[in-house]
Design a protein around this ligand. Structure first.
Ligand SMILES: N[C@@H](CCC(=O)N[C@@H](CS)C(=O)NCC(=O)O)C(=O)O
Length: 286
């Protein structure tokens, strides 16, 4: 068990306490600097990074385009949260919560933030990926993801992978909860091909970048620790979704880590997947 800590009467902000994220964690909201956002030529302007929350939206947009919905064309601009881009005034105007992803629909001048809200906004705008007659079931799972993933990311992922010291109490507490969540999904997927029965939907798109990526060992390198292979139905679903071409494309967008050929820092045209991945950009520069 870790050493005892007695909280002070009133907590004080000591900037160095944030561990891996010390440079971006703050106890206050609002912009830290003036910075306009770039605007590309497409109807939808996305400001994001290829984390699980960011990947939900790029996968959604690639799925819509794969359905032949050309009005879902988008520019994906990179927001480097490690450098504090989310605190620029232009970004804060779209998302006062200073977190990626944030979307601007230039056709209606509508700012949209919170990844679940963006998925629902796009699904309703284009009439796709919410199965007919299953709206409530679909929203149940969408909201389940939005409520559950902070335990996985902010809880388990933080203490297992990023915290400056390994604290048994915290890792135990969040491992317990994450394994329970994995079991929830596994039992549901034992009887359902997708989260809403036979039809792929925004519920799958929301859940896969977190829980699919976790069991496929794409995030946190924790698959062995969590005995992820034992969740057989969840693995079947995770692998099936991973093979979708739109998922393969979506998870590359705004990604700035991993193999260079899987990183597309910004996406402004469908052809960028062929010509602008980071392996090609760096080869052209050398
Ligand atoms: N509930 C939000 C969470 C978004 C979120 O946590 N984004 C993280 C990256 S995955 C972020 O922008 N962090 C920057 C920061 O905390 O300053 C959503 O689903 O959109």
């Amino acid at each position: 068990m870790s050493e005892q800590y007695t909280p002070a009467k009133v907590w004080q902000w000591e900037a160095k306490n944030g561990g891996e994220f010390a440079n971006i964690n703050r106890p206050i909201a609002g912009a830290t600097h003036e910075k306009e956002l770039p605007v590309g030529r497409h109807p939808l302007q996305l400001y994001s990074l290829g984390t699980p929350n960011g990947a939900k939206v790029t996968i959604m947009l690639e799925e819509l385009l794969a359905l032949g919905i050309d009005d879902a064309e988008y520019d994906a601009h990179l927001i480097n949260i490690g450098k504090g881009d989310q605190f620029g005034s232009g970004f804060v105007d779209i998302n006062p919560n200073s977190k990626i992803p944030a979307l601007m629909d230039t056709t209606t001048d509508t700012p949209v933030f919170e990844s679940g809200s963006i998925l629902l906004y796009l699904a309703e705008k284009f009439g796709a990926l919410v199965p007919e007659g299953q709206r409530t079931q679909c929203l149940n799972w969408l909201f389940w993801q939005m409520g559950s993933a902070p335990y996985l990311g902010g809880g388990f992922g933080h203490f297992y992978k990023y915290a400056p010291m390994k604290i048994e109490y915290c890792i135990d507490r969040f491992t317990m909860e994450v394994k329970r969540q994995l079991d929830v999904l596994d039992r549901h997927l034992a009887d359902n091909r997708y989260m809403c029965g036979d039809e792929y939907s925004i519920a799958d798109i929301a859940i896969w970048p977190w829980y699919g990526a976790l069991v496929l060992n794409i995030v946190y390198e924790a698959a062995e620790f969590l005995d992820a292979g034992s969740y057989t139905h969840l693995n079947r679903w995770a692998n099936e979704i991973n093979e979708r071409p739109a998922v393969q494309r979506g998870k590359m967008v705004n990604r700035v880590w991993g193999p260079l050929n899987e990183q597309l820092h910004e996406r402004h045209d469908a052809s960028d997947f062929e010509t602008k991945t980071q392996d090609k950009v760096e080869a052209a520069e050398s």
